[in-house]
Write a protein that binds this ligand. Structure first.
Ligand code: G3H
Length: 487
């Protein structure tokens, strides 16, 4: 971003998930285009970051913390001016409704402010201490080098910035690739990047990850790999690095968060939380509830209430007031969800809600699938969309075994009001997932709390404070008293 380069190369068309009336039919809206970089051009961006870091000799990694903070503050002020443009693009590019798009923007600004405050706090605390008798210690937080930051399409601004900002503020230089969908919404921020940071400190690349990102990883010049996406993509990319032991990773990956509804339960609350937990932003959240285990004693009233709540969710265009269900940005997603529904219904599940599973263009009306069993794909696959599989159970142990056997370990929700059972389950699950939610849906926030996961769900912990640690290393300066010092 140090210099906003003119781009004469090939372009990728950026399509909106929104289809609009056109004569007698409908047409998908084309929003614009984005550069399609080849590997060599992406490597040029990486080299700019490498040069700005200059093996730790660069001005940015050596800058006083207070001064780096000023750069980030000046960026934030410029970013706030772009709220309307970015919110609009969130709606048009990824189909996020107005309320949630505004929330994503504001949450990102808050995240930057919190990060600045956390760093000031960390900086204040790095004073000298007595390491052992006769030796003074001081901890310095040092940057790691060049960070490659890539966020997901469902939070193309917020989650991208949850790695980008801490990476920068800790003195790393950055190559950053906007999400595949949500690429244009970075454009209103490019000048702010250019004007707020020295040349080479932040470099934006575009294009097909297989070509560009693979080349960056294979170059061995990336020191920190911050990626939010699938476990498979992350591990394939990590393998390309010639010195993986020198690569630090901060990864937010797959999840299949279960909601477990116990027989003694406040059903109204469980349904309320399950509906929003499974379906906000059409279920396109890594933290969404992606499978519900409901005890047989309460499953019928649960499904009844769920259907009523679901019917009240308003479908429509992202900018329409009160809309909850919107078009899906991923091409091929509707077909994928159709396939999951067809597989489940062929194996004995039914779509319970009227209109469930029907689609038009990139819009897919949520399907409540019941009874779902282990032999169905939707039991295991992360649908990342508006499908709600419900599994009835009698023996709680089968559900416990399922969580323990799962390859995923991000979060889970327990709904019930028998303290003994809840306590026992918390003890069992505490070493399986990154967060247990009691009588509440899964979610990432508040952003000052640790966000992590186990198994194939994450590597490293991202929260405001933790992220500062992820993107730096503690260096101990140990000073031994000398006789001459003591006088
Ligand atoms: O998609 C994954 C996000 O980290 C979810 O964040 O729980 O705030 O929606 P959220």
């Amino acid at each position: 971003a140090g210099e906003l380069r003119r781009w004469d190369g090939p372009l990728a068309t950026v399509r909106s998930p929104v289809w609009l009336k056109d004569g007698d039919g409908e047409r998908q809206v084309i929003l614009g285009s984005a550069p399609l970089l080849d590997a060599d051009t992406a490597l040029t961006a990486l080299d700019a970051a490498v040069a700005a870091y200059d093996k730790g000799r660069g001005a940015w990694p050596n800058m006083r913390v207070a001064e780096r903070i000023q750069h980030v503050e000046s960026f934030l002020a410029r970013m706030r001016e772009q709220r309307t443009a970015v919110v609009k693009l969130l709606m048009w590019e990824i189909g996020k409704n107005l309320k949630d798009s505004e929330k994503e923007f504001d949450r990102t600004c808050d995240y930057i402010v919190d990060t600045i405050n956390a760093l000031k706090d960390l900086d204040r605390r790095s004073s000298r201490f007595e390491l052992e008798q006769g030796t003074l210690g001081q901890i310095r937080r040092a940057p790691l080098g060049v960070a490659l930051c890539m966020g997901p399409y469902n939070y193309p601004l917020n989650e991208t910035f949850t790695t980008l900002i801490p990476a920068l503020i800790m003195g790393n230089t950055v190559v950053f690739k906007p999400a595949k969908f949500g690429v244009l919404l970075i454009r209103p921020l490019l000048e702010a990047f250019r004007d707020s940071f020295p040349a080479g400190v932040i470099n934006v690349i575009y294009g097909r990850g297989r070509e560009t990102v693979s080349a960056l990883m294979a170059s061995g010049k990336v020191d920190v790999f911050a990626f939010i996406g699938t476990h498979k993509a992350a591990s394939d990319l990590k393998k390309l690095h010639p010195r993986p032991h020198r690569l630090r990773a901060a990864l937010g990956l797959d999840a299949k968060n279960p909601g477990i509804v116990l027989p003694q339960v406040d059903l109204d609350n469980a349904v309320e939380e399950a509906v929003t937990g499974a379906l906000s932003f059409n279920g396109q959240r890594c933290t969404a509830l992606k499978i519900l285990f409901v005890h047989e004693d309460v499953v019928e009233p649960f499904l009844d209430k769920f259907q009523r709540k679901l019917a009240a969710l308003k479908p429509g265009m992202p900018w329409e007031p009160g809309v909850a269900l919107t078009p899906l940005p991923e091409p091929g997603k509707v077909d994928y969800l159709d396939g999951l529904v067809a597989d489940a219904t062929a194996k004995g599940a039914r779509v319970l809600n009227e209109g469930g599973g029907q689609s038009r263009g990139s819009f897919f009306y949520p399907a409540l699938l019941y009874p779902v069993s282990r032999d169905m794909r939707v039991y295991h696959e992360e649908q990342f969309g508006p499908l709600v599989p419900v599994v009835p159970y009698r023996d709680l142990q089968t559900v416990i075994d399922d969580v323990l056997d799962s390859d995923y370990g991000q979060q889970l929700s327990l709904f019930g009001n028998d303290p003994e059972t809840i306590g026992a389950l918390v003890d069992i699950f505490a070493n399986q997932v990154g967060r247990i939610n009691l009588n509440a849906q899964c979610q990432r926030g508040p952003d000052t709390y640790p966000f992590n996961g186990r198994k194939n769900s994450a590597e490293g912990t991202l929260s405001v404070h933790d992220a500062l640690r992820v993107f730096s290393i503690r260096t101990l300066v140990a000073t031994k008293f000398q006789e001459s010092n003591k006088q």
